[in-house]
Ligand binder design. Structure first.
Ligand SMILES: [Mg+2]
Length: 274
């Protein structure tokens, strides 16, 4: 019955074919959005949360820090009180659940970051609490130099205290106030302390030589300071975000999601199959 109708009226047949084609053809110019870009967080975040290698590296960092601290103790009394300065995020606290929460969502940082901090649910990086408590036992002071905003002060105190971190108080928690530059805060500590070790996941946590610099300049600066890594500077891994990413964009954080993806891919060092 239907066949007869279609044959009798070829216009109906053409319309049916056109409709079918429209339904089966994907929309070509799909916009690339934050949701697409967030897919790129999967590997780094999976590694950070689930690889035993990450856990081992965290212990390696804090074990190394203890060795360095012990070596300094063997020198005898220090002219100024010994101190260890640590960054907070991805150095002593693990915010990877926030990053994981972006996967599948059509928005990026900073949406949801405030709520995550206020929830004070970050876990400690393996080995962090033990090492910093050890520093206190040995008479050293612990300073937390973080670019968390001042409005997060109470939540940060709550989170750190809950996990058993030492010296979580006004004098030792140095959050961002006017500038993200950590040098003035480091200088405040060195005015009456010998900083034996700095720990961080971002090279800006160690020295201003890296701040706002291009990728190749950051690499060259690491070469210049290579003696410090493992002796005074101890780096924690962070494949999820950081100034290494900003450097890839020439710090143009205003790029749209597609531009960010393209810029990342363009920065890869690759080869072509012969
Ligand atoms: Mg950090």
């Amino acid at each position: 019955m239907k066949k007869r109708i279609l044959l009798k009226r070829p216009g109906v047949l053409v319309c049916a074919v056109m409709l079918l084609t429209l339904i089966s053809t994907p929309v070509l110019a799909q916009e690339y959005t934050a949701k697409d870009l967030n897919e790129q967080l999967v590997m780094g975040t999976l590694w950070y949360q689930r690889s035993a290698e990450m856990r081992a590296l965290s212990y390696q960092a804090f074990n190394m820090a203890r060795l360095v601290f012990d070596l300094d103790l063997q020198k005898g009394p220090s002219s100024k009180t010994r101190a260890v300065a640590v960054d907070i995020d991805e150095t002593v606290l693990d915010n990877s659940p926030y990053e994981a929460g972006l996967v599948g969502m059509d928005y990026g940082y900073p949406k949801g970051w405030d709520q995550w901090i206020y929830a004070a649910r970050a876990e400690a990086l393996p080995g962090a609490v033990e090492f910093l408590r050890y520093v206190r036992e040995k008479g050293g002071d612990v300073y937390y130099i973080s670019n968390r905003k001042d409005k997060f002060h109470d939540a940060t105190v709550r989170n750190l205290k809950k996990l058993g971190f030492p010296q979580v108080d006004e004098d030792h928690l140095l959050l961002r106030t006017s500038t993200s530059d950590k040098a003035p805060r480091r200088n405040r500590v060195t005015s009456n302390h010998n900083i034996i070790i700095l720990m961080g996941d971002n090279l800006n946590d160690f020295d201003n030589i890296f701040r706002g610099k291009a990728m190749n300049v950051r690499m060259a600066a690491v070469e210049l300071m290579k003696e410090h890594f493992g002796s005074k500077f101890i780096v924690l891994p962070n494949p999820m975000y950081g100034d290494w990413e900003g450097a890839a964009y020439s710090y143009n954080w205003g790029l749209n999601d597609k531009e960010k993806s393209d810029t990342r891919k363009k920065a890869l060092i690759t080869w072509n199959l012969p």
